[in-house]
Design a protein around this ligand. Structure first.
Ligand code: CA
Ligand code: CA
Ligand code: CA
Length: 260
């Protein structure tokens, strides 16, 4: 109850902010299961999800960030330019990696990413996503702290015309390795990107009212595992049966997620 009042206060604060900013959207995934942000780059969807299996398709985190009271970072294999956590779970990805997550929702093609939030229990379990941006470049492993030099800006949640926010409550799920929300980024924003180009995803969490704490926030590519037809011929017959079976399960699961 306290948390909901807190959120209401935040939204009220957001409404006041609207007076000075042209378009400010607050997606509230504390109280709702889904919301959208529309800007010049298209419409992004943010969707609460129940804990996800940590098996096939959810095993490739590419960015972990952790700091307090705010945190920011982007995926790179070159080092830890901001609040990235080093190690095998923060690394370069290419556009073909991002394309492997492509999924169609209501007739629009999206790239699908899972975020797992780790925040303390109780009143501090809320966390705000302040911005998310995607840059593409022919150069990998960059470590610049000058974002605009990362490459071509393909998508930005915030724009000159709108300071947008997504509010989460990590307490809706428990612990690490489960996932809390799906992010659907409009694929049309990446028109003209080469498959071999590197993709840098920059994220920024936390503000003066909703601070970051606890463990790391982690992002994972949600690969679309629908089998490629021409590969089927190469599978041994047993492997093919397994592939078909698991695809049916995944498809059912995916349908359930999109419809939920
Ligand atoms: Ca979590
Ligand atoms: Ca923002
Ligand atoms: Ca955290």
């Amino acid at each position: 109850m306290i948390k909901r009042n807190f959120t209401a206060a935040l939204i009220a604060a957001g409404m006041l902010t609207i007076a000075s900013l042209a378009q400010a959207t607050v997606v509230d995934l504390v109280n709702n299961d889904q919301g959208t942000i529309t800007n010049q780059y298209g419409t992004a969807i943010f969707q609460f999800t129940q804990p996800q299996p940590t098996g096939t398709g959810y095993i490739d985190p590419f960015l972990r960030v952790q700091a307090s009271p705010t945190e920011q970072g982007y995926n790179t294999s070159g080092g830890t330019p901001f609040d990235d956590k080093g190690g095998p779970w923060t690394h370069d990805i290419t556009f073909s990696d991002l394309q492997s997550t492509a999924v169609t929702v209501n007739g629009t093609l999206y790239f699908k990413i899972l975020v797992d939030l780790n925040e303390p229990n109780g009143a501090k379990s809320t966390i705000s996503l302040e911005n998310i941006q995607f840059y593409t470049s022919q150069n990998g492993s960059q470590t610049t702290t000058n974002l605009s030099s990362l490459g071509t800006l393909r998508y930005s949640m915030d724009t000159a015309g709108g300071d947008n926010t997504v509010l989460f409550d990590a307490g809706r799920n428990h612990g690490s390795g489960s996932g809390d929300a799906f992010l659907y980024i409009p694929a049309s924003a990446f028109a003209g990107t080469n498959a071999n180009d590197f993709v840098y995803m920059y994220v920024n969490f936390g503000n003066a009212d909703v601070t970051t704490a606890g463990g790391f926030e982690e992002f994972t590519l949600v690969r679309n595992l629908t089998p490629v037809p021409e590969m089927s011929a190469l599978f041994p017959i047993i492997g093919l049966l397994v592939a078909v079976g698991s695809t049916r399960i995944l498809r059912r699961r995916r349908m359930a997620q999109v419809n939920s």
